[in-house]
Design a protein around this ligand. Sequence first.
Ligand code: HEC
Ligand code: HEC
Length: 307
Amino acid sequence: MTMSSGWHWYVAAITLINIIACIWLILWSSRQGDAAKGDSDTLDHTWDENLCERNNPLPRWWLYLFVGTIIWGLGYLVYYPGLGAYPGVGGWSQKGQYQAERARIDAVYQEKFATLAALDYEALSQNADGMDIAGRLYGANCATCHGSDARGAVGFPNLTDNDWLYGDSPQVLTHSITQGRQGLMPGWAAALGGEEGVRQTMEYVKSLSGMNHDATMASDGQARYNTVCVACHGATGTGMQALGAPNLTDGIWLYGNSDEALYESIAVGRNGVMPAHQTLLSEEEIKLLVAYVMSLGSSEAGATGAP
Ligand code: HEC
Ligand code: HEC
């Protein structure tokens, strides 16, 4: 904090006057006691016939405590910044202390990061220390979209289910996080010949994952699927990770599988955006997060058996 010189003198003067006033008060009150000792230790006034005010000097230890506090206070004001803008002979500052703390933490982290970054992804994803740091990075950077439990939400993929739009090799995950992703599913209402065509294709899509569907509509839809959708979602509907085109056969839905959700996906299209994190996170931090995402998938597989 900086202070104009007017304020500096004002604040410093008030502080000093206060201390001087304290010294005066102590001297004054200790002399009061002595004076009263003369012939009587009671003062002049008396109430209710025999109730009178006594005047004893302050106990010595009490007095010394006061004097000690004042000396300590003066010493403090000489060493630390406290008197207006006077910086103190100790050179201490809040900013300096903060920077020293920061430097100490950075040094600890840098050493930790260097050790961790030397591990391969497999080892890193099993490293308790590394996953601890990564969990915090995840919480600060990813949880808003993918959920604090990483199970995602409508439009935000579940990262624990071993179903991947783009893939889960370390290279692909690194790309997803560093460069971001943009799902590109255009709307197909016109190409499918309007609402009827969309509904037929939708019934076929439902059949791909074994959902209840209208078989007649689905068989008309299959023909449309094979002309319009096959390029991205594949002949059998298992999707294409190079394009981020989801597998339509696995019963896992990014945008939901109600008729309304499916109709919107097909007729209007979907454009999920995963923001690039290359300017927000260091390479080491991204490596930790990749290992973290890998650990999520495998823990799920271990716990419940991934579909
Ligand atoms: C602003 C929201 C948002 C944030 C923040 C975000 N993501 Fe994403 N992420 C998405 C969306 C949306 C997608 C799906 C993109 C798509 O539809 O193609 C995605 C996709 C992904 C994928 C690809 C999943 C797959 O199935 O292939 C990974 C991996 C991923 N995110 C990890 C992360 C990590 C790690 C972080 C934190 C560093 C993060 N995301 C932060 C929204 C977000
Ligand atoms: C150009 C490639 C491409 C074509 C062609 C395409 N899709 Fe897609 N589709 C995608 C991508 C990419 C996504 C994921 C969008 C996202 O991540 O936001 C997607 C998403 C979907 C979804 C949502 C899946 C979910 O999990 O919620 C459905 C349903 C779908 N497509 C059906 C179709 C149908 C039916 C057709 C043909 C009429 C079709 N798609 C044509 C690329 C394509």
